[in-house]
Design a protein around this ligand. Structure first.
Ligand SMILES: [Zn+2]
Length: 276
């Protein structure tokens, strides 16, 4: 069907205080927001997402969850209830890993031991909380991925990474930021993942020029217009199933938004996918 590759829908469950301006980044984190309990916006987002999801059960969807969120009992029960309600109705939600903490690893000096420990803790708590919904799939917090992380992902049993934002704009930027670590942007990451045997699933960008079209780009003026029209091009394509996602010979298109987005516009925001 369709001329375009099938689409993989993914959501990051970050709360307000996980934003790099609050924590996890050596330069961007200005305020010490020590908050750890779930925000009202994220609570609202759970219920608004569920309403949308139950009307769109044919769309499989993967959540990338931050391990430490599951230490909050309210977050944990909202997630577990969502999974069980969805399953009862025939929904297909899977859960991947967005770190134990929301650390922007590649913005720091390489820290393989720290990253490994973070992954181990994340896996343990997420698996324990969601059971069969768990998949060994990873998304780097803030998209801060670097080649040295690939082998550690493999060692920790991760078979898939979805952290690359292959925009002309970002590869220039990250190439600059990472110069002192001899890192040439997302192409080097892609190669490292291949060597480590980890499937890479980059995010959708706009076509020409390649601009970001996922996550925050869905809400930034101007970028938003391009992002939404790019997403709409996928309205008639099929949705990627697990076999497609895990087959590196199958081309798929990965899109992501934040669970928190469902609190925008007084809780009426929905992702720009016109098919129901
Ligand atoms: Zn995040």
């Amino acid at each position: 069907m369709g001329l375009l590759p099938s689409i993989w829908l993914t959501i990051d469950t970050d709360d307000v205080f996980h934003h790099p301006k609050f924590q996890g980044h050596p330069k961007r984190s200005k305020s010490k927001n020590k908050e750890t309990s779930i925000s009202d916006d994220l609570k609202l987002s759970f219920s608004q997402f569920e309403k949308w999801h139950l009307c769109n059960l044919s769309m499989p969807i993967t959540f990338f969850v931050i391990g430490e969120q599951l230490e909050c009992n309210v977050f944990k029960s909202l997630l577990v209830n969502l999974l069980s309600n969805s399953k009862k109705m025939g929904g297909k939600i899977t859960i991947g890993c967005h770190g134990y903490t929301h650390t922007c690893w590649s913005a720091f000096t390489p820290n393989p031991a720290g990253f490994k420990k973070d992954l181990m803790k994340a896996k343990m708590i997420i698996k324990k909380s969601v059971g069969d919904f768990w998949r060994s799939w990873f998304r780097a917090p803030g998209g801060y991925i670097a080649p040295w992380m690939a082998e550690i992902l493999n060692e920790e049993g991760f078979v898939l990474d979805s952290s690359i934002n292959p925009t002309s704009f970002l590869s220039i930027k990250s190439g600059k930021v990472q110069k002192k670590f001899r890192f040439n942007g997302w192409k080097a990451v892609n190669l490292a993942m291949k060597k480590a045997g980890v499937i890479e699933r980059p995010w959708l960008t706009t076509f020409y020029p390649a601009l970001p079209s996922c996550g925050p780009a869905l809400h930034i003026p101007i970028l938003k217009r391009f992002a939404i029209s790019t997403w709409k091009k996928y309205s008639n394509t099929t949705y990627a199933n697990e076999i497609d996602i895990l087959n590196s010979n199958t081309e798929i298109t990965t899109v992501y938004w934040h669970l928190l987005d469902h609190s925008k516009k007084k809780g009426t925001w929905i992702p720009p996918l016109s098919r129901t």
